[in-house]
Each structure stands twice: as structure tokens, then as C-alpha cells.
Ligand binder design. Structure first.
Ligand code: TAP
Length: 479
């Protein structure tokens, strides 16, 4: 049983309220850690520390700032095994992917944004012979990062590096359900030479720590990933102090299999799209739309492949691990019941796995529904679990219409061998990312974010720096 405090001002500390909470391993329902439960008073401490640290950080030579961020990446590589295990223990994710998260995602993001520390450039703007007008980009100050449970280090490493590279100090609020992968980020930052208080981590309830961060006037930006309802609440709360917001609020991607697709590749890719991290990824592909002429063959091959997926603990590297919590498992199982009642045809899965060693864990068998129509809730709502729906289409227009017939717009994808169709359909799909003949865009250079209810702003890529900068115009009369 591991124990963690809050990480504030370069030190592990108890919560001022004295509370703690247990973190559960979803593979067996047993506690794996006890963590300090932060509250509003702890946010106050962290904002004070972060404000001081931001000034120290901004005063450091750029070269040293970049080097310190690179050292965070080096330390992640050094501690890969431990960080990956922590990432898997409470989120339930597959261990090999947690290792990839540490070495190829989190560390790379620190390296990438370290490279941008000295590239925050303004412009000189010609207006007249008598004036010098230029723009300067300045950090916001202190930014808060409120992240979900479906890959704590993955989520933390997405927005913290650009905020730091832009010259800000950060306060990270991970989700109570799964947070261990991200909990040591502050400690690594200190060891790497970042000023004390530059990276603070405050676990605790969203209704307490989260709300305090949103309302605090000393915080100038909020980056949030999670549900639409919480995102809307944060947006309303942040209005009082006019904070900069980046919101990533989930998705319900369509995965379109055209009649000219390489079916073997489409089957393999659709399994990867739908069931990675047991479907708990905002850019998963849970809505499969398949052309009627290949539907029977695709469906038979897809279901056969899904039946062959082994289910078990993430630490044992089974492709299907548990979902994050008992509460979430109930929600996924409820959706499965709704799907059956609505008349969707269950082809495989559809129940909790309770065999042998899995009996105390939160395992949902990978589930495929066929004959799903766009009016059904399993099609319209974000189930966020190992559940996919199959729906047929006859024309390209119909596929595009169905893909866009959702309030979400985070990602969509397609399988086709026609270059013209790929670009034509990509242009029509209403989502921040479009995948063609593969799924997910793991490269840090690739911006991600949502159309419609999937959010505001884009993370990753060079422009993510702009989320954490404000622009000043300076006009000098030379006359
Ligand atoms: P949310 O409630 O949105 O939680 C996400 C984060 O926001 C957590 O850190 C949470 O803290 C915090 N939070 C909760 N209430 C808050 C508030 N009033 N002010 C500030 N922060 C607050 O998500 P959830 O309940 O865990 O999951 C619900 C559904 O959201 C899922 O089933 C799924 O559909 C969707 N979801 C989407 C994503 C992505 S990647 N977009 C990720 C996870 C979930 P605590 O949980 O610690 O209280």
C-alpha cells in the first residue's frame, strides 16, 4: 500500500484538512494507495507557491529552462518502470501501453516543448514611418490542469509541458479514481531543477479542489479534460474571473468502413480503435459504420477477432483490462442493457467477466452490437467502455451524414483505398481529428481538440503554446 501527500512548493505535504482517500486497483477491487485529500485551503497554498515560482521561472535564462524540461524527460526515462506501473495500477490500462506512455509520449512531450522554450516570438508590425509597433507574447501566470482518470500521466503530460514552456507555473488536479501515474510529476520537476512550486499536484474532489481552482483569482487559465457537464460547469465558474479555457469534453467517433477498404486492415484497425484502454479513450472509435456490400464479411471477421481478445489485469498485458471503477462498470453495463432493450442485436460480450481471478475486478467483456440505428442511446451517447455498435450505410453521403449526426466532434476515421474519397470525406467530417487507414494520432506535433460539444481549443502541436500565452501590442511614437 503506497502513501502519497499533496505536492506543493517542492514538498510532499499532508492536506490542511487532514483527510485522505483510498485508491483502488480496478483489476481486483483492492486498495493500492492512500492519498491526501486536498481542499480549498491547499489550493490557496499552491497558488501562493506557484505565483512565486512563476516569477523565478521567468527570470531563468531560456537555455536553462529548456535544459530543466529536458531533464524531466530524462528522469521519466530513468523511472519508466515505476511510472508505468503506477499508471496501470489504478487506471487498469495495459502495462506495455503505460510504458509507451512514459517513454514515447510523456517524455517526448517534455522534450518537444523544451525545444519551443526559445521560440516564443512576437512580431514587428509596420504601421507608419514614425512608429514602431511590435507584439510580445507573455505567460498567463499560473494555470490549473484538471484531468480525468483514463490515463493520468498521459493526460498530465499533454498540457503541463506547453504551459511550462510558455513560462507559467502549474497546479495539477488529477481525478481521484486514477491518479498515480501523474502524482510524482512535481517531485520529478524538482529533481530536474525546476523551481519549487512550479509544478504542484493537489489530489482531491473536483467539487472542492476543482471548484477552488476554477474560482481562484490567482489562476489565469484552466485546461480541463472530462465530461461535457463538468466542462460546462467550469466554463460558467471561470467566467467570474475571466480565465483562459481549454476544454476537451469527450467524443463519439464514427469509424467508417467503405466498400473499397482493405478489410483485413480495417478489421485490425477497428479492434484497436474500439478496444484500446477498454474503450476509455475520448478519440476511440465506438460507432462503426460499414458499407452494406461488405458488412456481412467485415462483421463476421471483426466479431471473430473480438472474441479472441483476452481479458485480464493490465499488469499482465491483456488487451482488455478492467474499466476504471465499479461505478463506471455499472454505467457501461447499464448502457449494454439499454442497447438490448432498444433492439440492438448483441453479437458478442454484453456482460461482466467474473471467472476465477477476474471475479473481484471491474471487467466488462468486449461487446459488439449490430443493427444499431442512430436513434438508439448506445449510438448517440458516449459509453466510454468496451462497447461498439455496427450500422450499415449505402452511400458516401449517408455515411458522412451519420458520422456527423452527433453532438460530439473530437475524432472520426475511415478505411478506404481511394485517395480522392479520403480527402473528400475528411473535409466533410465535423471533428478536430480525422484518421485514414489507421487510428489515433499519437504524435505530439499533431493538434487535438473538438468541434461542437467536444470542447474549445486545441492541445498538442506548436500552437498549444498559445493556450498559455497572452499577446501584448506595443506602439512607440518615434517622432
Ligand atoms: P468528470 O466529472 O468530468 O471529471 C473529470 C475531472 O474533473 C476529474 O478530475 C474530476 O475530479 C474533476 N471535476 C469534477 N467536478 C468538478 C468541478 N465541479 N469543478 C472542477 N473539476 C471537477 O468526469 P467523470 O465523472 O470522471 O467521467 C464521466 C464521463 O466523462 C465518462 O463516463 C466519460 O463519458 C467522460 N470522460 C471523458 C474523458 C475525456 S478524455 N474527454 C475522460 C474521462 C471521462 P474528481 O473525479 O476527482 O472529483
Amino acid at each position: 500500500m503506497r502513501e502519497f501527500g499533496l505536492y506543493i512548493d517542492g514538498e510532499w505535504t499532508a492536506a490542511l484538512g487532514g483527510g485522505t482517500f483510498e485508491v483502488i486497483d480496478p483489476a481486483n477491487g483492492r486498495p493500492v494507495a492512500r492519498v491526501a485529500r486536498g481542499g480549498a485551503q491547499d489550493v490557496e497554498r499552491a497558488v501562493r507557491a506557484a505565483t512565486k515560482a512563476a516569477a523565478a521561472w521567468q527570470a531563468m535564462p531560456l537555455r536553462e529552462r529548456a535544459a530543466a524540461m529536458r531533464r524531466v524527460a530524462d528522469l521519466m526515462q530513468r523511472d519508466t518502470e515505476e511510472l508505468a506501473l503506477l499508471e496501470t495500477l489504478d487506471s487498469g490500462g495495459t502495462l506495455w501501453y503505460s510504458q509507451v506512455t512514459v517513454t514515447d509520449i510523456a517524455a517526448k512531450r517534455f522534450e518537444y516543448f523544451a525545444g519551443l522554450v526559445d521560440k516564443v516570438e512576437g512580431q514587428q508590425i509596420p504601421v507608419s514611418a514614425n512608429h514602431l509597433v511590435y507584439t510580445a507574447l507573455e505567460p498567463l501566470g499560473v494555470t490549473a490542469h484538471i484531468i480525468p482518470w483514463n490515463g493520468p500521466l498521459w493526460e498530465a503530460s499533454r498540457s503541463v509541458p506547453p504551459a511550462l514552456a510558455a513560462g507559467n507555473a502549474v497546479i495539477l488536479k488529477p481525478a481521484q479514481e486514477a491518479l498515480l501515474g501523474a502524482i510524482k510529476l512535481g517531485e520529478l520537476a524538482k529533481e530536474a531543477g525546476l523551481p519549487d512550486g512550479l509544478v504542484n499536484v493537489i489530489p482531491g474532489p473536483g467539487s472542492d479542489v476543482g471548484e477552488a481552482l476554477v474560482q481562484h483569482p490567482g489562476i489565469h487559465g484552466i485546461t480541463f479534460t472530462g465530461s461535457v457537464a463538468t466542462g460546462q460547469r467550469i466554463m460558467r465558474g471561470a467566467a467570474a474571473t475571466m480565465k483562459r479555457l481549454v476544454l476537451e469534453l469527450g467524443g463519439n467517433a464514427a469509424n467508417i468502413v467503405f466498400d473499397d477498404a482493405d478489410l483485413e486492415r480495417a478489421v485490425e484497425g477497428s479492434v484497436w480503435a474500439a478496444f484500446s484502454n477498454s474503450g476509455q479513450i475520448c478519440v476511440s472509435g465506438p460507432r462503426i459504420l460499414v458499407h452494406e456490400s461488405v458488412r456481412e464479411e467485415f462483421t463476421a471477421r471483426f466479431v471473430e477477432r473480438v472474441k479472441g481478445l483476452s481479458v485480464g489485469p493490465g499488469v499482465e498485458n491483456h488487451p482488455i483490462g478492467p474499466v476504471v471503477s465499479e461505478h463506471h462498470m455499472r454505467s457501461v453495463l447499464d448502457y449494454i442493457e439499454v442497447g438490448k432493450q432498444e433492439g440492438a442485436k448483441l453479437l458478442t460480450g454484453g456482460y461482466r467477466a467474473t471467472d476465477g481471478a477476474l471475479r473481484d475486478g471491474y471487467f466488462v467483456m468486449p461487446t459488439v452490437f449490430d443493427d444499431v440505428t442512430p436513434s438508439m442511446r448506445v449510438w448517440r451517447e458516449e459509453v466510454f467502455g468496451p462497447v461498439v455498435t455496427i450500422t450499415g450505410f449505402r452511400t458516401e453521403e449517408e455515411a458522412v451524414h451519420m458520422a456527423n449526426d452527433t453532438e460530439y466532434g473530437l475524432a472520426n476515421g475511415m478505411w478506404t483505398q481511394s485517395l480522392a474519397r479520403a480527402h473528400r470525406v475528411a473535409r466533410l467530417l465535423q471533428s478536430g481529428q480525422v484518421y485514414v487507414n489507421e487510428w489515433f494520432c499519437g504524435d505530439i506535433q499533431c493538434p487535438a481538440g473538438g468541434y461542437k460539444m467536444s470542447g474549445i481549443g486545441r492541445e498538442e502541436g506548436q500552437q498549444a503554446l498559445g493556450n498559455y500565452l497572452q499577446l501584448k501590442s506595443v506602439r512607440v511614437n518615434l517622432g
